[in-house]
Design a protein around this ligand. Structure first.
Ligand code: SAH
Length: 308
């Protein structure tokens, strides 16, 4: 973490409630370790406006090493990109300003509370101590790479990994776009025999290696891309973006063992049709979908025998 006495950049932006996850995710992608939302329910006001409307204000904090001019440009583009999906999201209302951190440099951590996911997992920030219970604890440090389990796409994948491991855990698993390593860790913790994790961001690969060590869940083989891994997998998880999933569908399908399961996420409902079509073209059969606040997770299966 940067020191506590430096100038961060604070973004403030009013957003419709259904856009909170999308805007938070893009802030995290652009380097904000923490996002704070403050909910305003207009119905609670004495003079209710004629149209009942629910909105909130997002505050995201970007550390000193995120250059302001670059941030402004990328944020503008990213907000324009999601604007069409959410009525009432107005990127021109984004305010960026200097923020002297005081002790904020560490206090953002309170915004990553431990969470229980599904029936068996609990994700806990690495600095947090928890009393042991029946859940398997995964310690994650969200400082560098994406993936705390709080985002609906990560959560959707974790819930589907739990399902896939419920009866007989798959022998081999692959996490494509591993970020913090949370999905690879979940696979290992839930019984997948051998797990590999790839990410084109070296910080993510490092974070995943460190997380497997801290959690005592190694070894997890790591690499920079799908091409760096050999062999086939009974379970593949890819929490990426819709366009990339469409592009990668044939390669992901080629790496699935017969009857293997592919879990993909990172797509909005409006992008689901394209991703489904790509998976079908790649020879996979749709098994299930899960939608958590407009983010979709799809589960597809490989046939028993592959086409020659
Ligand atoms: N698996 C984590 C992180 C998902 S974020 C979770 O579910 O929370 C997506 C990750 O994919 C990022 O870490 C990003 O660096 C990585 N990524 C994006 N495009 C990639 C590509 N073409 N190849 C490998 N990794 C990629």
């Amino acid at each position: 973490m940067p020191g506590d006495d430096q100038i961060w950049t604070r973004l403030r932006l009013p957003v419709p409630l259904d856009a909170v996850d999308a805007v938070s995710a893009l802030c995290i992608d652009l380097g904000a370790p923490g996002v704070v939302t403050e909910q305003t329910d207009f119905r609670r006001r004495k003079k209710a406006p004629r149209r009942v409307r629910r909105t909130t204000r997002i505050e995201a904090y970007f550390p000193p090493d995120v250059a302001r001019a670059r941030l402004e440009l990328r944020l503008g583009r990213a907000l324009e990109g999601v604007r069409k999906e959410f009525r009432g999201l107005d990127p021109s209302r984004a305010q960026l300003e200097d923020f002297e951190t005081g002790d904020y440099g560490t206090s953002w951590r309170v915004h990553f509370p431990p969470i229980a996911v599904g029936k068996r997992l609990r994700i806990v920030p690495s600095w947090h101590e928890v009393a042991p219970d029946e859940r398997i604890v995964l310690q994650i440090d969200p400082g560098q790479a994406f993936g705390t389990g709080h985002h609906p796409t990560t959560r959707g994948c974790l819930l589907e990994i739990e399902q896939a491991c419920a009866k007989v855990p798959p022998a081999r698993g692959l996490d494509v776009g591993c970020g913090s390593g949370v999905l690879a860790l979940a696979m290992r913790a839930l019984g997948v025999g051998r797990v590999a994790a790839v990410d084109h961001d070296p910080l993510a690969v490092e974070a995943t290696a460190e997380a497997t060590r801290v959690n005592g869940l190694g070894p997890v083989a790591t690499g920079a891309s799908l091409a760096s891994r050999r062999g086939s997998y009974e379970l593949i998880v890819a929490n990426l973006f819709a366009n990339l999933l469409v592009e990668l569908a044939p390669k992901l399908s080629a790496r699935l063992a017969p009857r293997g399961t592919l879990i993909v996420s990172g797509l909005l409902e409006s992008q689901e049709k394209d991703v489904r079509a790509a998976l079908r073209r790649a020879g996979l059969r749709m098994h299930r979908r899960r939608c958590l606040s407009t983010w979709v997770t799809l589960v597809a299966r490989a046939p028993a025998r592959k086409e020659p």
